[in-house]
Design a protein around this ligand. Structure first.
Ligand SMILES: Cc1cc2nc3c(=O)[nH]c(=O)nc-3n(C[C@H](O)[C@H](O)[C@H](O)COP(=O)(O)OP(=O)(O)OC[C@H]3O[C@@H](n4cnc5c(N)ncnc54)[C@H](O)[C@@H]3O)c2cc1C
Length: 381
């Protein structure tokens, strides 16, 4: 088969799709379109404020991996699609394809009034470094932590890393012997934050906050931020430092793609990760809105599962066959506390949380090493 497949993005879903396509079809032509041949390893950003990782450690050059996999790289930012996806428009020219896999991630909503007063770690390594610097210069005071959602698609949120920042900064301040000079407050519009992780997880996370002397401000709709406060319908939370993860939406260019979108602005797919009503256009990872349980996470783990299913179905479509692959709705996350980890797992049958233990902190570090190994091994000199 010498069909030409275009993959948009160079993150978790895109690179997993490369591997899966190459494994299943050694002869297929693949072009990857992204601003840089680089994987941003987001899960370890939570270790930057404590100095366990540097921001630069988490930008992984994948140009050697792409060369090894015989993938052509088109450096550019996608701006839209034409011809039902057969033509990709970028800021550095157009690309045509026989089949398309969209894996260019999501986007954080920054519409909340005063959002510029909050540091948002989802923006990447520079934001994580900025948190580290602010913590180093702050002599004491209140640090407020929270996350939001997309009002049009409640599941489009990312709470896990905020729990990790909260517990990790608590551990760091204790290590530094200055915890008593700080008040840590966790705020959330929901009365039961992290509910998507499962009922037991909410209880476990709130118990951990209580154990660590972390205050909560829960069940009040967020209305905005000022330099020294978080504003909610249930009163203000005074704060010297605000750390906030906004809700998510689909890529900005989705509006110019001519494809069906969900209410929250994500590409709408069917259970085979195919864009509803489009020919040979697939989605994996944070760009998509997928049928499934309401707790379906936006996570690297599920992005990988979706990429495998999308790649298999895409090759079947090129061969004129119907789709067969599905991804398993599954949530696995280790909520790291800098020295321990809380394991949270959920699938359609079970939802469990295991209490903090050192093993899971080391498991998260081991997983990072193992995940990045194939890319580091092929790094270009
Ligand atoms: C702080 C933090 C911690 C996290 N921790 C975990 C964790 O512990 N476990 C977990 O499973 N998940 C975690 N996540 C979530 C996880 O990182 C995401 O779900 C995952 O990155 C989604 O993969 P993706 O491939 O869909 O998108 P991304 O990894 O975001 O990749 C998108 C790619 O598209 C490219 N791109 C963007 N715009 C364009 C464009 N216009 N044209 C072309 N290319 C474009 C980007 O450069 C990037 O290469 C964390 C996220 C954050 C922010």
């Amino acid at each position: 088969m010498n069909a030409h497949i275009a993959i948009l993005g160079c993150g978790f879903a895109a690179l997993t799709a490369v591997r899966e396509l190459r494994r299943r079809s050694p002869g297929v032509r693949i072009t990857l379109v992204a601003p840089k041949a680089e994987l941003m390893y987001y899960p370890s950003l939570i270790w930057v404020p404590s100095g366990l990782r540097r921001g630069a450690d988490l930008h992984i050059d994948v140009s050697g991996f792409l060369a090894e996999q015989r993938v052509e790289f088109h450096a550019g930012r996608v701006t839209g699609l034409q011809d039902g996806g057969r033509t990709v428009l970028t800021d550095s020219g157009t690309q045509t394809n026989d089949a398309l896999l969209i894996a260019s991630g999501g986007r954080f909503l920054k519409a909340m009034p005063g959002i510029e007063h909050a540091l948002t770690i989802c923006e990447g390594s520079s934001a994580a470094e900025a948190i580290r610097e602010r913590l180093a210069t702050l002599g004491g005071g209140t640090i407020a932590f929270g996350f939001g959602t997309n009002p049009k698609e409640q599941g489009a949120m990312r709470g896990g890393p905020m729990f990790e920042l909260l517990f990790g900064i608590d551990t760091l301040l204790r290590r530094q012997g200055r915890r008593e000079r700080f008040k840590l407050v966790f705020f959330n519009a929901a009365k039961e934050p992290g509910k998507r992780l499962g009922d037991k997880a909410v209880v476990g996370l709130l118990r951990e906050m209580q154990k660590r002397g972390i205050a909560t401000h829960l069940g009040h709709k967020l209305t905005g931020f000022e330099a020294d406060k978080v504003k909610t319908e249930g009163g203000d939370v005074p704060a010297d430092l605000i750390l906030f993860m906004p809700g998510m939406s689909g890529p900005a260019w989705a509006a110019d793609a001519g494809l069906p979108l969900s209410d929250g602005g994500f590409f709408q797919t069917d259970t085979h990760c195919q864009v509803a009503g489009a020919d040979k256009v697939y989605v994996a990872g944070d760009s998509g809105s997928y049928p499934g349980p309401d707790w379906l996470p936006k996570q690297a783990h599920i992005a990988d599962l979706q990429a495998k299913a999308a790649a298999e179905n895409l090759l079947l479509a090129l061969a004129g066959k119907p789709p067969v692959a599905h991804f398993k709705p599954e949530l696995i996350c280790i909520v790291d506390t800098l020295d321990r980890g809380i394991l949270v797992y959920r699938d359609e049958k079970r939802a469990l949380i295991l209490p903090p233990c050192r093993l899971f902190h080391w498991a998260k570090r081991f997983f990072e090493w193992q995940y990045l190994r194939p890319y580091r091994k092929t790094r270009r000199a």
